[in-house]
Design a protein around this ligand. Structure first.
Ligand SMILES: Cc1cc2nc3c(=O)[nH]c(=O)nc-3n(C[C@H](O)[C@H](O)[C@H](O)COP(=O)(O)OP(=O)(O)OC[C@H]3O[C@@H](n4cnc5c(N)ncnc54)[C@H](O)[C@@H]3O)c2cc1C
Length: 399
């Protein structure tokens, strides 16, 4: 009997496994892709803006310390296409720490793999996935495609927004396609970025420049699906022409380094996060528009909250896979993720159009926020992931 079986070893599932092993539980992780496949550059060209709250979680798990050079986000500039107004967030207005860091997903996955390998109580099962699930009062019986059968006191589903396991469980979702596709690639440039992240809201979708290490910047460029499909057929030279016009001159000479990846954008929210002895975490529970770079940050908060409710129950000898423990997790996380889902959806709707009165109103809004110190400070702390009902790991304590 395993204590916990986690389905999916992405950014969230892998962190969850390390956290539960540190609490002293016996964990199996079932991952569909073959070993080392998801640490290749060809698998994922994205970086993540990792907020300070998530840095604390990954540090508590010993994952953060395994990452090498990191690129801090010192300033964030938000502007509307062609608008005169922008908001400039300087981390010094919120405190001593940077807002967070831009880290390549591939590197986080490598650090997570090392951290999992260092825990003898984690068994990695890959490539494999779930074929069927049966419920018993004290455990779940999970039959894998390979034929192996796992018994677990708790199953955590972390197989991403297209979660096959969630579908197998019959958990309904609210979903909406944005009709936008994000193209993601990295550029090298001759001038320093000084840790400034730029978010430009274009009518077709957001365009972001995320400062990386070694004079590189990750570009996230959203366009309507058909335009993005066309742009994916262009050569680097052709794409560079349009890119130079958007970036302007502040990065000097620019060139595209490596391949371009594309991600159709979708909002997805599960109606329920829990079933008896089962819970959804990360994108399997909630996938949001990347406009504010918060999807994985929400997932790291799931990890911190789930770890805390399990640790608290285990400490007093309670059944930590029981319904009331999982209900506590769901109650704690659902409101927060719903609020972030609405906020990012609203931001995208507000900015992805060029209707003149809306454009004037939002430009005025950006100008006002830029001059209101308290409003700015609150928004900055929010972006750092340090607001709301924080779990202990996000306060720098153990789960
Ligand atoms: C363009 C873009 C930019 C983004 N930028 C940011 C950002 O700056 N900051 C941020 O916080 N978030 C960002 N996000 C969101 C972030 O990438 C996701 O929230 C995060 O990857 C979710 O992690 P996850 O582990 O839940 O799911 P995933 O990363 O999707 O991992 C799921 C894992 O499960 C495995 N799997 C799939 N199906 C099965 C199965 N049936 N059985 C077993 N295993 C399975 C997969 O192989 C994978 O390893 C961005 C998203 C996009 C699209």
């Amino acid at each position: 009997m395993k204590d916990v079986v986690i389905i999916g070893s992405g950014l969230i599932g892998a962190s969850m496994a390390v956290s539960l092993a540190k609490i002293g539980l016996d964990v199996a992780v079932v991952e569909a892709s073959p070993a080392r496949a998801n640490t290749q550059t060809s698998y994922d060209g994205r970086t993540s803006a990792v907020a300070q709250g998530s840095v604390r979680v990954l540090s508590a798990l010993g994952i953060w310390q395994r990452l090498g050079d990191l690129s801090p986000i010192n300033d964030i500039r938000v502007c509307d296409n062609g608008g005169r107004f922008y908001v400039h967030y300087d981390h010094r207005e919120a405190g001593d720490e940077p807002f967070g860091y831009i880290v390549e997903n591939r590197l986080v996955r490598m650090a997570q793999e090392e951290a999992m390998a260092a825990q003898s109580s984690i068994e990695m099962i890959q490539p494999d996935s779930v074929k069927s699930i049966e419920h018993e009062p004290s455990h779940v019986v999970i039959t894998l495609e390979s034929g192996r059968v796992l018994n677990a006191r708790l199953m955590l589903v972390a197989d991403g927004k297209f979660s096959g396991t969630r579908a197998l469980l019959g958990i309904a979702v609210r979903e909406m396609t944005y009709g936008q596709t994000a193209m993601v690639f990295t550029i090298e440039h001759s001038l320093a970025h000084h840790g400034v992240a730029v978010e430009r809201f274009m009518p077709a979708g957001p365009f972001a420049l995320l400062p990386m290490t070694h004079q590189r910047t990750n570009v996230v460029w959203a366009e309507p699906d058909d335009m993005a499909a066309h742009m994916m057929t262009l050569s680097d030279d052709e794409r560079l022409q349009e890119l130079r016009a958007r970036v302007g001159g502040h990065l000097g000479e620019i060139s595209i380094a490596g391949g371009t990846h594309s991600y159709p954008l979708k909002l997805l929210h599960a109606h329920d996060y829990i079933r008896p002895r089962i819970a959804l975490i990360g994108d399997a529970a909630h996938a949001i528009h990347p406009i504010a770079g918060q999807g994985a940050n929400l997932g790291y908060r799931d990890v911190a909250v789930m770890s805390e409710v399990i640790a608290d129950a285990a400490r007093v000898g309670l059944d930590w896979g029981a319904e009331n423990v999982l209900a506590h997790y769901q109650q704690w996380r659902k409101l927060d993720t719903l609020m972030m889902t609405s906020a990012t959806d609203g931001l995208n709707r507000l900015f992805s159009n060029s209707i003149r009165p809306i454009k004037i109103a939002r430009d005025l809004g950006l100008g006002v926020v830029n001059r209101m110190a308290p409003a700015k400070r609150l928004l900055m702390q929010n972006a750092m992931g340090l607001t709301g009902d924080l779990p202990r790991m996000m306060k720098g304590q153990a789960a």
